[in-house]
Design a protein around this ligand. Structure first.
Ligand SMILES: Nc1ncnc2c1ncn2[C@@H]1O[C@H](COP(=O)(O)OP(=O)(O)OP(=O)(O)O)[C@@H](O)[C@H]1O
Ligand SMILES: [Mg+2]
Length: 450
């Protein structure tokens, strides 16, 4: 409490002095009475007054001593009553003063122990009151080192202070989430600030409240950098994955396709020879059928690894093909597809992202939804003049459980891919009410990836 810049205000009420004065008065009166008695006894004053008053017998002045005695007693009684009344009033005032002092002490504690930095300044910014937290924020030892300085000296941006001063002198109020403060040692702090103006008898008063968020701001910046790095790493990972998939698909096609073809040709040639037994011809026929089957499997694998249709036919037909394949495997589920107004060349990254989203959405319907109908829609964004694209995959299945929803990699992977392109990915679902996956890619970012 020693640091407070509140003035003490512990004055003793003047009534207390007056109360002490009443005792002195009584003693003086008693002394005067004793002295009078002694003087009167010595000089026989009453007899002299009696003799003198006898000359005025017709006016009954000899009865005056009795009347004067009553007057004195009356005055004494009246003064006693007044002093009692004064004592009562003084008691009340003392109690009020004590309560005022207590409240003042509470306010001092609240002000001095406050975790936010507070100050009061005059209209020109001259600081008159400050708490220890403020001194610490401004890089000074104690509030008294702040008092007398100008608030504007601690603004990192002087032009900003001039603007704030103007607002405040008009009786306005300033709120900022990232005010930069220049501390006494030259370092910068970032604060959440509120400045208000109040008209006081001495003129305009500025009340300022600051919360230091420098550490938070630093952490936020570090997090943003880390997030950015993570994004770039994830993007690189996805690019490498797609690249590797494309390589494996090509190897499968070039190597396995060649060898299977050679195998099949040999088997066909054996099957066509007349000098081999029937069992050998049957075995050759079986090899021909098996190579066809293995080739089909390999082709399907190749398409999953790298949707060739995407490169050759473009996004719309590739998605149509993907949905058709899915339909063939799941005839019991009613599946609708709507592709409308999507630009032909969205770019490699956007194409593969949208394709993978449909692929993963349909795989999830198979694995989790127990749906009877699913709709896949790929449309141009109605309100985006820049050529944005929107994908919606909606099923009428069991809905998504939020808790379990966090365990898989499919949905987070989709979100990552979409957000990397500057788009938005979101899921709408409720237990028993189906699941809807949505993504919206802005045209500008899609274009940037071309
Ligand atoms: N269409 C859907 N209907 C119901 N639940 C779904 C649907 N799609 C996803 N889920 C739920 O959300 C979870 C997460 O899906 P996600 O695709 O991320 O992972 P996954 O499919 O379980 O595994 P994977 O990593 O192989 O994709 C699923 O485990 C499932 O519980
Ligand atoms: Mg999945």
């Amino acid at each position: 409490m020693s640091e407070t810049t509140f003035d003490g205000g512990r004055d003793r009420p003047e009534g207390a002095t007056r109360l002490r004065g009443a005792g002195t008065d009584l003693i003086l009166v008693l002394l005067a009475a004793v002295c009078t008695f002694l003087v009167a006894g010595t000089f026989e004053l009453s007899e002299a007054v009696g003799r003198w008053l006898r000359h005025f017998e017709p006016y009954q002045l000899d009865e005056l001593p009795a009347a004067v005695t009553v007057l004195v007693l009356g005055l004494g009684w009246s003064s006693w009553r007044q002093s009692r009344q004064a004592a009562t009033e003084m008691g009340l005032r003392l109690r009020a003063q004590e309560s005022l002092n207590r409240q003042r002490a509470y306010l001092e504690v609240l002000f001095n122990e406050n975790l936010s930095a507070n100050l009061i300044a005059a209209g020109d910014g001259g600081i008159t009151v400050a708490n220890p937290e403020l001194a610490q924020l401004f890089g000074l030892d104690a509030p008294k080192a702040v008092v007398g300085r100008r608030l504007g000296d601690f603004y990192a941006d002087e032009a900003l202070w001039r603007g704030h001063r103007e607002i405040l002198s008009g009786g306005g109020r300033v709120e900022m989430n990232d005010l930069r403060i220049r501390r006494a040692d030259g370092a910068e702090a970032v604060v959440i600030a509120r400045l208000t103006a109040r008209r006081a008898p001495e003129g305009l008063e500025v009340h300022a409240f600051f919360t230091d968020v420098t550490a938070l701001e630093t952490t936020r910046r570090e997090l943003a950098v880390a997030l950015d790095e993570n994004r770039r790493l994830a993007q690189r990972g996805i690019e490498m994955l797609e690249h590797e998939r494309r390589n494996i698909a090509r190897e499968l096609h070039d190597e396995m396709g060649q060898w299977l073809n050679a195998l099949k040709l040999d088997a066909v040639s054996i099957r066509g020879r007349d000098d081999v037994p029937v069992e050998v011809k049957d075995a050759a026929q079986s090899i021909v059928e098996l190579t066809d089957h293995v080739y089909d499997v390999a082709r399907s694998l190749m398409r999953r690894l790298r949707p060739v249709a995407l490169d050759e036919l473009g996004l719309g037909p590739a998605i149509q093909y993907c949905v058709d394949q899915w339909r063939r495997r799941h005839p019991a589920v009613k599946c609708e597809v709507r592709i409308d107004g999507v630009p032909d060349s969205l770019g490699e990254a956007a194409n593969i992202t949208l394709y993978r989203m449909v692929q993963e959405g349909l795989t999830n319907v198979t694995k989790h939804a127990r749906a009877s109908a699913v709709t896949v829609a790929l449309t141009a964004e109605a309100d985006a003049a820049t050529g944005g694209v929107r994908v919606d995959i909606v099923d009428d299945g069991v809905g998504l459980d939020e808790q379990i929803g966090r365990s898989g990699l499919g949905l987070p992977g989709l979100r990552e891919r979409v957000e990397m392109l500057g788009g938005r990915f979101w899921v709408d679902s409720a237990p028993g009410r189906g699941t809807a996956l949505h993504a919206s890619l802005p045209g500008a970012s899609v274009g940037a990836e071309k």
